[in-house]
Ligand binder design. Structure first.
Ligand code: SF4
Length: 302
């Protein structure tokens, strides 16, 4: 049950707090533009995932703007020149585009001294051989993290929410990245319609066997304007309570090796778009309850 959070891991590695800067490549997603499908995964909110922007600002300018948002989180004693950041390309599939152009954008980020990690969110079907070569090249300059949204190991659930690739495709991509020495962070969603607790734990155990460097456990959030919101309106399904969610997280942690860094234990969708679970709008309460229940479970095990 003992686990390492990403903030602890970063502190050990860099001796200081490190914050993510949210940046954009302007790429869209093959599951939205018609290559794999239209409309994307049924829970994906256009606004929530960030809008596709063909003319994004130059990366250095984005970095300066993003720093203004996170700099107030740094303890006062850390001088501006000592602050360290992760360049996090989060929205949509950030390797779905012209590789030369993407290489230039990523390079522009990691050539800056204050950027210590390049973190790229993408899909397994967006990692071509050319892309893998680029990632290896970038990884030789600064550590590269690739975030892959598996969400579930169960293909029948994935088909229902229109993931657009099978678990075997994810696994093949995962292994290519791992063999190339690139750290992979796998995302799972807890609470997908039709999934039992055992199915969710099977996904956790599956990810654990793959030994990724990190995992993000997301709470499913039903957001306004999504296909899932409409499905939920027509035919609602049971929603986990906060206590049920926290107990499930404890079981998930019990099924994960201590070496796998925990990057996230909740959802973080936009409050203004949230339909269910209503309780997750109060993030502070969620985190306090989660920390309390996890600490309690740890004590019981001692
Ligand atoms: S892969 Fe990601 S960006 Fe693309 S539709 Fe699914 S959730 Fe949205």
């Amino acid at each position: 049950m003992k686990y390492t959070s990403v903030s602890e891991k970063l502190k050990q590695q860099f001796g200081t707090k490190v914050y993510r800067l949210s940046l954009s490549t302007g790429c869209t997603c093959p599951n939205r533009d018609g290559t794999k499908g239209y409309g994307g995964c049924t829970f994906c909110s256009e606004g929530g995932s960030g809008e596709f922007a063909a003319d994004v600002l130059p990366v250095s300018q984005q970095i300066e703007q993003a720093k203004l948002l996170v700099d107030r989180k740094f303890p006062k004693q850390i001088r501006p020149q000592d602050r360290k950041y992760i360049a996090y390309f989060q929205s949509f599939s950030n390797t779905y585009g012209d590789i030369r152009k993407l290489r230039n954008m990523f390079m522009e980020a990691i050539e800056r001294e204050e950027i210590v990690i390049l973190d790229i969110a993408t899909r397994p079907d967006c990692i071509s051989e050319e892309c893998l070569d680029m990632l290896k090249e970038l990884n030789a300059v600064k550590p590269v993290w690739i975030e892959l949204g598996l969400q579930t190991m169960h293909d029948e659930t994935a088909e229902a929410f229109h993931r657009g690739y099978r678990t075997i495709e994810f696994e093949q991509c995962f292994r290519r990245l791992q063999d190339a020495g690139i750290e992979v962070i796998v995302h799972l969603i807890l609470g997908l319609p039709g999934e039992t607790e055992e199915m969710m734990l099977e996904s956790v155990r599956y990810v654990n066997r793959l030994k990724p460097s990190g995992i993000k456990l997301h709470l499913l959030q039903i957001l306004k304007g999504t296909v899932m919101a409409e499905q939920f309106r027509r035919d609602p399904w049971p929603i986990m309570s906060l206590e049920e969610y926290c107990s499930l997280i404890i079981k998930c942690l019990d099924n994960l090796s201590e070496d796998i860094v925990i990057h996230r234990l909740t959802g973080d969708g936009p409050k203004s778009q949230l339909i269910e679970p209503a309780w997750c709008a109060d993030k502070k309460h969620v985190l306090n309850t989660l920390n309390r229940m996890v600490a309690q479970a740890e004590r019981t095990k001692l």
